[in-house]
Design a binder for this molecule. Structure first.
Ligand SMILES: [Zn+2]
Length: 94
């Protein structure tokens, strides 16, 4: 058995995924909100603005951007310059 650390609340848990069972419903919800937001608006706004508009924390937005779903999305729908901007802003929040 392997212990994972929840990306949202920091608690340890035994299960698959990036977040603990307690957080997974909210995480799924925010992930799909972010996906719809990106589908409508693209990834041209800074994460700070996206965070204000969606209510999702910048920390969680950064995590979602690293997910496979978004890698595929980014390749299909964004030009490299836009991605570079997003990534550049991402660096500032570390
Ligand atoms: Zn959690």
């Amino acid at each position: 058995m392997e212990l994972n650390r929840c990306s949202r609340c920091g608690n340890f848990y035994i299960a698959e995924g990036n977040v603990c069972p307690k957080c997974s419903a909210k995480d799924d919800y925010e992930f799909s909100s972010f996906q719809s937001y990106v589908e409508e608006n693209g990834l041209t706004n800074s994460l700070n603005i996206i965070s204000n508009e969606t209510g999702i924390s910048v920390k969680n937005l950064n995590r979602f951007l690293g997910y496979e779903e978004f890698q595929a999305y980014q390749k299909e729908n964004n030009n490299p310059q836009e991605l570079k901007n997003v990534t550049g802003k991402f660096e500032n929040y570390k």
